[in-house]
Design a protein around this ligand. Sequence first.
Ligand code: AMP
Length: 118
Amino acid sequence: MNMTYDPQNIFARILRGEIPNKTVADTEHTLAFHDIAPHAPDHVLVIPKGAYVDFADFAARATAEELVDFHRTAARICEGYGAGYRVISNSGGHGGQEVPHYHLHLLAGRPLGPMLQR
Ligand code: AMP
């Protein structure tokens, strides 16, 4: 994947406070907020505050503190989805990634159907 981080991407601008967001959780290393175009009744994005492009970049370069904070923040939100949930992370062109700042999609609130179209 292209590992050049674009500091003008929309999530970087949200982190700098240049664009508003509907915050769900805000910790030392992690921000979670509602997706602007939800695919399910609950659709939350979880992003690290550091400059990481995608899952592999975050896994390779993040500190242990960032990794723990990120996953535990996401998991705390998921614990509220009693009927189940789905976690998705897109990367690159084939992955359909639109915003080049690492994020998890947390989806819940209705049966989510098959994982992918065949
Ligand atoms: P992806 O295709 O995995 O990169 O997902 C990017 C997601 O960001 C999409 O689901 C968009 O709806 C969402 N999104 C884009 N701009 C904003 C924004 N300003 N606030 C909240 N979510 C956004």
